[in-house]
Design a protein. Sequence first.
Length: 177
Amino acid sequence: MFDKQYRFRGRHALRVDALTSVFDSLSKAKIFERNVDVYTNAPLVGFLYGRKADLDDTKNPETNQVYTQNVMGDRVIYSQEELLFNFRLIMLLDKEYEPDEEKRIDKAFRHTGEDPADEERFDSYVRGGIDLLYEKLIEGASSPEEYISRLYDFIEEFQDKFNSEITNDSILELCSK
């Protein structure tokens, strides 16, 4: 698992391209530096926001070929540990997909990647995360200031939604047990 090239298809390929494109020609700034950076972060965003998406076959009208963006095999292999961690985390936490705790543990550790449905579930979170990142960070923005403002707003929203109750004291308390 996570040992070969990964291909984004259709609208998700277009959105990955937008997420990794320069939005400020002066500073050469990008939201994500590489396609693999989107691939490693999108499933977590998709899972946390409860966003999944089906495969899409949007085609280039000029060539009638499905749009594609790749993560080269060497980049996937280089990021294999992080991707596997994300996969296991999602398999462990996705109670909607597998209500039985013991089966979730099996999917995450004993039978990692053996069931194609597990990999498809992970990929659906990748696609859902790409959709959400695109909507929050790219869609409708036209100036470097707008991109930066959208990124700031997203980080602030993420902080409020997932980290607002975490304090230094609660972290220290967990560490001292």
